[in-house]
Design a protein around this ligand. Structure first.
Ligand code: ADP
Length: 743
């Protein structure tokens, strides 16, 4: 990424000029708008840059933010509208405003759309009504008559005030009993803030005694923190090597250095938040502020408001936490930096790791990336000296890496209608006989990825889409994983009407589980995938696995990350070739990351682990690298091939996707784009080409791919190109800078 020069701007807009004329400010709204609009401030009212305001916009009054830049004095004041209200919420910090503008420029989305991500917890701007809470009152005089219910309430009252409902529930009585006690003065009524501040992290609590490797790594990062120096550091170490302990030291150092500093830890997976939050809470004696999509709206509002007022000092969140209204962000940790979940594909398209690095670079604070399988982008940045790296070589406390071997499926295939080869079955048998756990990994949800009519060859697809319907046998439904469409599995083929001819092709986790249940009827078997309903059910399975109550877990990548199962010593990968097809430039890299994470679940404690990978491609370099553990050699070979092709990180890519319901109009639009491509050195444009999934939700999709040399301003080229091409209202043009998906 090439950060543009940062520009200084005045933090305070003047209120009124001496003549008493109202002064002007620019206001950006959280709407898909590229620019801020001029407004008048009411006489005598001041609003610094970054202040949240309410202003008339069209027929409504809308929240917006006073933006930097001078308002246009040439427009007569009579034409401008006046701001209605300046909100009490602390103004956005200068570095966040800078980051919003930079992100808009980089991703080519409107600044208003980026601001929308910051303001998405819109109710955070209005202080919620205070609630009544109850604590013990002074001893009543004369003493009151006590009943068992009243005793129960008095026993349940604590130091912290509780609302009626909570107190009544804790005492097992009705709300009337609580209110009655308050009326006679036995309970005192106090106001409570529905968004209580987060407890400050206790920085005097010691962490673990670090190993020499860990100490060295922590010291490197601490140096950047204490010098207020922007530097990006990769902590590179196998799973279980103690990376988290190292970066928690960095968090403590950043928080200790400045009493107002805020720190953000980004993690990729919501399923991981709960155990991770617990770990951080234990380390600092205080719960960090959480941020992810499964929070209730009240919990979101609390985090948003407490981040905005600067009192939430440590935030743990998913990628969108990057857009919280931090007052004084001083450190970002990106855990599992290689993870694909950091790429946001809807709305504003961005990669949270890259934006985190850019944000640190612009605001001048350190960023830490942690991974056992760093992305090639990051590895090249380290090799070329842009990032620092610290390595943790071994698993903490001497646990060893699993032994990995391939099963050649051409030589030793599974039986007909089966997916588990004899060596894999033998391995699970052995596990069962010694009472140790197995994980069978297949990165495919449902029962079968394809449903085909045996009579006419018809493939079941989602309506108005070219996406395959996946059979989910437990629910007896066919489901599209791209659009969310689902239908009961029909008896007859919709194309030829043949009855009972629809056949499942290939395995998903449900089908492997069916085979496992037949083979091992006495074993406890569970399935885990993103179809497992609800965070609670997922947690229950993970806990049962952790406690050794499951013999065989059959799972998709939901299980790959972060989990620690002490008694899991064997991982069987049902289809190691799955991610290798499809022509995605990162296919091999992703396969390496995923399979090394999955196999890394085995043998995390004293007992050594092993893994078997079923494959038809025994010669694939990525599988050879997994077996030999030669990650760096594999990455070097990947790097060479990317460099030869001019692909990222040695070149830049951007995708332009046109989509719309009318194919003829879309084709014409694509041709108009083709004709408008300006000549440019070092840039190639491929396309227009139908997207691999051509029809999705009733819209056809056509793609262009722009490939540029690394030093070229690809955004400028795309602006010059697409700026002049008019598109009809029914057609949408989406720009994806640094695309990760090519479907
Ligand atoms: P990673 O983040 O690299 O996967 P963790 O930091 O989670 O590794 O460490 C793996 C396990 O080892 C955890 O249970 C952690 O608490 C423990 N651990 C790591 N470092 C230490 C240490 N210095 N002293 C004691 N336990 C440690």
């Amino acid at each position: 990424m090439a950060p543009e020069g940062s520009e200084d701007f005045p933090r305070t807009a003047p209120s009124s000029d001496p003549a008493g004329a109202a002064s002007r400010v620019k206001v950006l709204f959280p709407l898909p708008l590229f620019k801020a609009y001029d407004y008048l401030l009411p006489p005598g009212v001041a609003a610094p840059v970054g202040a949240f305001v309410k202003a008339p916009f069209g027929p409504r009054e809308v929240f917006g933010v006073v933006w930097r830049g001078a308002a246009d004095d040439g427009v007569s004041a009579a034409k401008l509208k006046t701001i209605c209200e300046v909100m009490a919420t602390s103004p956005l910090s200068a570095d966040l405003i800078d980051f919003i503008d930079w992100t808009a420029g980089y991703t080519m989305f409107p600044a208003g759309s980026v601001l929308r991500m910051v303001m998405r917890s819109g109710d955070g701007l209005v202080a919620p009504a205070r609630q009544a809470g109850y604590v013990l009152g002074p001893p009543p005089d004369p003493p009151i008559r006590m009943t068992p219910q009243r005793h129960a309430v008095m026993d349940a009252v604590g130091v912290e005030p509780k609302p009626v409902a909570a107190l009544a529930a804790a005492a097992g009585v009705s709300g009337a009993v609580v209110r009655g006690l308050s009326n006679i003065g036995a309970l005192a009524r106090v106001e409570i803030d529905p968004d209580p501040p987060f407890v400050e992290p206790d920085l005097t609590r010691p962490g673990h005694d670090l190993s020499d490797d860990q100490l060295f790594a922590a010291e490197q990062i601490r140096r950047h923190i204490n010098n207020d120096q922007n530097a990006t550091t990769l902590i590179d170490g196998v799973t279980g090597s103690g990376k988290t302990e190292v970066y928690l030291e960095a968090v403590a150092a950043a928080l200790a250095r400045d009493p107002a500093a805020q720190v953000l830890i980004l993690i990729p997976e919501i399923a991981l938040t709960l155990p991770f939050l617990k770990r951080v809470t234990k380390r600092f004696g205080a719960e960090p502020a959480p941020w992810h999509s499964e929070l209730t709206s009240a919990a979101r509002r609390r985090t948003w408001r407490r981040v905005a007022d600067g009192s939430a000092r440590l935030v743990v969140g998913a990628r969108s936490a990057l857009f919280l209204p931090f007052q004084k962000l001083k450190l970002i940790i990106v855990d599992e930096e290689h993870d694909g979940a950091y790429k946001q594909g809807d709305g504003v398209i961005y990669h949270a790791r890259d934006l985190a690095v850019a944000r640190g670079a612009r605001a001048g604070f350190p960023v830490v990336l942690a991974s056992a399988t760093p992305s090639l982008e990051t590895v090249v940045n380290v090799d070329e000296g842009r990032y620092d790296a610290v390595g943790l070589a071994a698993r903490f406390a001497g646990a060893v890496m699993p032994n990995i071997a391939l099963v050649d499926m051409r030589a030793t295939a599974a039986g007909p209608g089966c997916w588990l080869s004899p060596p894999l079955v033998a391995a699970v048998n052995e596990q069962l006989s010694v009472g140790e756990q197995s994980l069978l990994f297949l990165n495919r949800r449902g029962y079968a990825p394809l449903t085909l009519c045996r009579r006419c060859g018809h493939k079941m697809t989602a309506p108005n889409s070219d996406t395959m319907l996946v059979e989910h046998r437990f629910e007896n439904r066919l489901v599209c994983h791209h659009t969310g469409f689902s239908m009961p599995k029909p008896k007859a083929c919709p194309a030829c009407n043949a009855v009972d001819g629809l056949a499942p092709c290939g395995p998903g986790v449900e089908r492997v589980a069916e085979e496992a249940r037949e083979r091992w009827p006495d074993a406890t078997i569970a399935i885990l995938s993103s179809d497992t309903a609800g965070a609670r059910a997922v947690r229950e399975i993970l806990d049962a696995m952790h406690d050794g109550d499951i013999d065989i877990l059959i799972a998709t990548q939901v299980v790959a990350k972060g989990h620690h199962f002490p008694n899991l010593t064997f991982v069987g990968v049902v289809d190691a070739d799955l991610g290798l097809s499809g022509g995605d430039l990162r296919a091999a890299e992703r396969t390496y990351q995923l399979l090394s994470q999955v196999t890394g679940r085995a043998g995390r404690e004293a007992k050594p682990g092993r893994a078997l990978l079923q494959t038809y491609q025994t010669k694939a370099p990525v599988l050879a690298a997994l077996v030999s553990g030669e990650r760096d050699g594999f990455l070097a070979a990947e790097a060479t091939s990317r460099r030869d092709l001019g692909f990222p990180p040695y070149g830049r890519l951007a995708a332009i996707i046109l989509r719309g319901p009318d194919e003829r109009a879309l084709q014409a639009c694509a041709q108009a784009h083709r004709a408008a491509i300006p000549p440019a050195d070092g840039i190639e444009v491929w396309g227009p080409a139908p997207a691999p999934i051509y029809r999705l939700r009733g819209e056809a999709r056509i793609r262009f791919l722009v490939k540029a040399r690394r030093n070229i301003d690809i955004q400028r080229f795309i602006k010059a190109w697409t700026g002049g091409v008019k598109i009809k209202a029914a057609i949408r043009r989406v720009i994806d800078i640094d695309p990760y998906s090519f479907l």
